[in-house]
Design a protein around this ligand. Structure first.
Ligand SMILES: Cc1cc2nc3c(=O)[nH]c(=O)nc-3n(C[C@H](O)[C@H](O)[C@H](O)COP(=O)(O)OP(=O)(O)OC[C@H]3O[C@@H](n4cnc5c(N)ncnc54)[C@H](O)[C@@H]3O)c2cc1C
Length: 449
């Protein structure tokens, strides 16, 4: 009986070979004898875009917390990024941020990352995973359903569609990491289980992005430029982000249906209409390397697997398949990394308790995952609730108070290095938002220190 064998003799199958799936696979290797990653796409042998991850055309900021977890999971990854030409950015020194109060204060901190394209990051991680001989990638393979035991209580495998036809793959644990469009809610109802309830908060934000060659001899006292919205009137924002091969990726964003255009002239006009002209001035001098890409599926959407009373054993979900965020807050990959850490911790705890029966595991894992998701969810949705056009919830008095307090913290951060550093540590998910209520923050924020 599978449930009584040690995990090291068991087989874990991950559906989806993007960021959440790859990171889940990495931690499953710590516990399972065999791990298989199913990916619908063919994986390119060079860092190239693929259809399953259309968001890779847009800026992908890996927060410092995400970078640190990736380095723990794949020691030496930062050096590989550097070798591939990713620049180094110190987020309090090299970021020039036009906040609601004006330009940010540039000071040093230990918030360092190596900005790169999403494509390069995923490709390097994929390459590292290929070095494990107990991990197998099944590419051009789509999961199309679950295989259940006779009692319909435990998942025992995955139905797959390959280039050769239909097949099944046995599994002792199935991890759904198939992203925002996960079919798991549908599969659950087909099997007679309830689908999770979902919370959706949508600020109707759209992206348009273009890649540029950084002009030869370019010099500026910053590496990353961020121009913020200013509710309720200024709905447009933009980021200019340096990546490998001496390129910038520039993403323009508009909230409340103020979608940025994909026509070249209109794209520049949109950039010119931002609260500062700095990004417009920079891209005017740069050679475009790509068409302009658009993206509009940006709602925050949480599938509440943690609340389900009845759920099949030996099955969990992770990454965007559970909770997808408005990407403008750059949390998705870091949350995927934190989700993988949570999976690792839950499996370790189970083994410590000398339990290897995965029957009750999904409920425990989904509850732990939900605890981790609370902070990033609050950060993203409470910011989205600043806009009257946002649907899915309305700000209560606590949220409005938080908006006001956060604005005061941002103002204090513009000329105080401790406040600035702490604010960015929270934004980079290195510290809990609770630290913003420390007297060293709230006194200056309230003008009392
Ligand atoms: C426009 C945009 C910008 C973003 N910017 C940032 C950012 O700046 N910083 C950040 O941290 N995050 C950002 N994100 C979020 C980030 O892309 C995701 O959170 C992160 O990639 C984790 O996603 P995932 O692996 O769960 O799902 P996905 O990346 O969506 O991957 C799902 C994978 O599953 C595969 N798949 C799907 N169905 C099946 C199936 N049935 N069988 C087999 N394979 C299947 C797909 O081909 C794909 O490879 C952004 C997202 C968007 C949309």
């Amino acid at each position: 009986m599978v449930a009584s064998t040690s995990l090291s003799e068991q087989h874990a199958v991950v559906i989806g070979g993007s960021m959440a799936g790859l990171l889940a696979a990495r931690v499953l290797l710590n516990h399972f004898g065999r791990v298989t990653v199913l990916e619908r796409d063919r994986i390119p042998d060079q860092p190239k875009p693929r259809s399953g991850v259309p968001q890779s055309h847009h800026v992908h900021i890996l927060l410092t917390q995400g970078q640190r977890i990736l380095e723990q999971l794949f020691p030496g990854l930062e050096a590989e990024l550097e070798a591939a030409g990713a620049p180094q950015v110190n987020w309090t020194h090299d970021l020039r941020w036009f906040s609601i109060w004006g330009w940010s204060y540039q000071t040093s901190s230990d918030l360092n990352t190596h900005p790169c394209s999403r494509i390069l990051l995923e490709w390097l991680i994929h390459r590292r995973l290929e070095q494990y001989d107990h991990l197998k990638f099944l590419t051009s393979t789509q999961a199309i359903g679950l295989v259940m035991n006779a009692q319909n209580t435990i998942v025992t495998g995955v139905q797959i569609q390959t280039e050769q036809g239909l097949d099944t793959l046995k599994a002792d644990l199935v991890v759904d990491a198939s992203g925002r469009n996960s079919a798991l809610p549908k599969w659950l109802t087909q099997l007679g289980y309830a689908a999770p309830t979902q919370t959706m908060i949508n600020s109707f934000l759209g992206y348009s992005s273009r890649w540029y060659q950084i002009p030869e001899g370019w010099e500026a006292p910053w590496k990353v430029m961020l121009i913020h919205t200013k509710p309720p009137d200024h709905r447009r924002s933009a980021v200019l982000y340096p990546v490998e091969e001496n390129r910038w990726v520039v993403t323009l964003a508009g909230v409340g249906h103020d979608y940025p255009p994909i026509d070249e002239t209109d794209f520049l006009h949109f950039a010119q209409s931002l609260r500062s002209h700095e990004i417009y001035n920079a891209i005017q001098q740069a050679q475009p390397l790509s068409p302009i890409y658009s993206y509009r599926r940006t709602d925050n959407c949480w599938q509440h697997y943690e609340d389900l009373q009845r759920f099949p054993g030996h099955l969990v979900a992770i990454g965007d398949a559970v909770c997808a965020f408005n990407p403008v807050y750059a949390q998705g990959m870091t949350v995927a990394a934190l989700g993988a850490q949570t999976l690792d911790q839950c499996l370790s705890l189970m083994v410590q308790k000398q339990k290897t029966a995965l029957q009750g595991f999904p409920s425990k894992f989904h509850k732990q995952l939900a605890k981790m998701l609370e902070v990033p969810w609050l950060l993203a949705t409470s910011e989205d609730l600043r806009w009257p056009t946002t649907v899915g919830s309305t700000p209560n008095w606590q949220t409005r108070l938080m908006h006001q307090y956060l604005d005061l913290v941002v103002r204090a951060s513009l000329n105080r290095s401790y406040v600035s550093q702490t604010f960015w540590e929270v934004m980079h998910m290195v510290k809990s938002p609770k630290v913003l209520f420390d007297p060293r923050i709230f006194l200056p924020a309230l003008g009392l220190g």
